[in-house]
Design a protein around this ligand. Structure first.
Ligand SMILES: Cc1ncc(COP(=O)(O)O)c(C=O)c1O
Length: 382
């Protein structure tokens, strides 16, 4: 080897030096995407596992996005001005109360970065949407996870833990993923009243539109910060766009550190048009409600009870984690992709997105065939 070659070889063997915080975080793959499953050789014909909308994008939104494509050589409007303007009118707030980001996932990271210093605590339900905890850990915070009670987020214990641990943030997905549970506006308002001083409720309303009602919390209340998305009802998960509603001083604080050009123009155009297509959105809400009822009936028929859901996903109770895993694997072998919650007590169930009528029929047919040939009974422990 030449002397220069030896230098390069030595340099290549050196480990990169990361921050102590990063070194302390174990390697993790938070989500195995259906795309990765396909690369591993699974053919996915029915995609009911990733909490997406089965009903696609509104035709008006699709058209607006296509119209925006030629402008992709430009940086998009970093203020998402027109979208915020439209949202302000719809929500009866000002533009200053609104921040647009590339989905709730990005916004949660920003919220954690702005509120949780290293070593400080954030509280959430154990087993609820994991991206919040992912950001807390990534920013050096500590997660206090409180168990579900009766398969729903336990608001009393959340408040109690927030007080005991002097938490900076409490995260509540309402409706919740994966449980599907939902708390009334009064219950959420009572939670806000019980929070300790200097603690903010991060209210994740990704599934808001599928729930019976939304809490009427003031956008000026410094104790609450809401995050919403175009990924679910509006079927734009791949476009990556969502927004936060918060007091103007909080939005201004986010402006100091946010990624200003992170939301692309196609997504901004699509989101605006999606908000205009009320008919499409109403159709999706109605079809999701129908699908939830259909799943509940299927669960009764097959003795796999479903849990009440205020989202576009439904849990089927298999009675044990091994049975749930067995069903997930058996369906994947048939090209039907579903998921199961990652933590007890809900890992006894599988989580199934409300698909199109055709997807629901294929899922139901696969389950019925498994019952007929005895595979459902043989899945494992009860
Ligand atoms: C509770 C909850 N919040 C947020 C998200 C992600 O939202 P976004 O696509 O806007 O990042 C999901 C996706 O499944 C979710 O279940």
């Amino acid at each position: 080897m030449t002397p220069a070659g030896a230098v390069y070889a030595r340099a290549a063997m050196r480990r990169p030096r990361f921050t102590p915080l990063l070194e302390a975080i174990p390697a993790t793959v938070p989500f195995v995407a259906p795309d990765a499953l396909e690369r591993r050789g699974h053919r996915i014909a029915v995609r009911l596992g990733a909490n997406e909308s089965a009903f696609g994008v509104s035709p008006r939104a699709a058209e607006a996005m296509v119209r925006a494509v030629p402008r992709q050589s430009w940086y998009a409007d970093p203020e998402s001005f027109e979208l915020r303007d439209k949202l302000a009118g719809l929500l009866d707030v000002t533009r200053a109360h609104l921040l647009v980001g590339s989905g709730i996932d990005e916004l949660l990271g920003l919220v954690v970065r702005c509120f949780v210093a290293p070593g400080e605590v954030a509280v959430m339900a154990r087993g609820s949407y994991p991206t919040f905890a992912y950001h807390v850990i990534g920013h050096g915070g500590l997660v206090e996870a409180v168990p579900y009670r009766d398969d729903a987020v336990d608001l009393e214990t959340l408040a109690e833990a927030a007080t005991r641990r002097r938490a900076r943030l409490v995260y509540l997905a309402n409706p919740d993923n994966p449980s599907g549970s939902w708390h009334t506006p009064q219950a959420v308002e009572a939670l806000v009243e019980r929070l300790p001083a200097d603690c903010v409720l991060v209210l994740d309303e990704a599934y808001l539109e599928f729930a019976p009602r939304a809490p009427e919390l003031s956008a000026d209340d410094p104790r609450v910060l809401r995050v919403r998305t175009f990924s679910k009802l509006y079927g734009m998960a791949g476009a990556r766009i969502g927004y936060a509603v918060a007091p103007p001083e909080v939005v201004a604080a986010f402006d100091k550190v946010r990624l200003h050009f992170g939301v692309n123009g196609v997504a901004q155009a699509g989101a605006q048009a999606a908000l205009d297509d009320r008919e499409f959105a109403a159709g999706v809400i109605a079809e999701v409600a129908r699908g939830r009822q259909e799943y509940a009936a299927l669960g009764r028929e097959l003795a796999l009870p479903t849990l009440p859901s205020a989202t576009n996903v439904v849990l089927f109770d298999l009675g044990g984690a091994a049975r749930a895993r067995g069903l997930l694997d058996a369906l994947l072998a048939e090209g039907i992709f579903i998921r199961m919650p990652g933590a007890p007590p809900l890992d006894r169930a599988v989580r199934v997105t409300v698909g199109t009528p055709d997807e629901r029929a294929r899922f139901a047919a696969a389950l019925r065939a498994m019952r007929t040939d005895g595979r459902l009974e043989a899945l494992g422990e009860r």
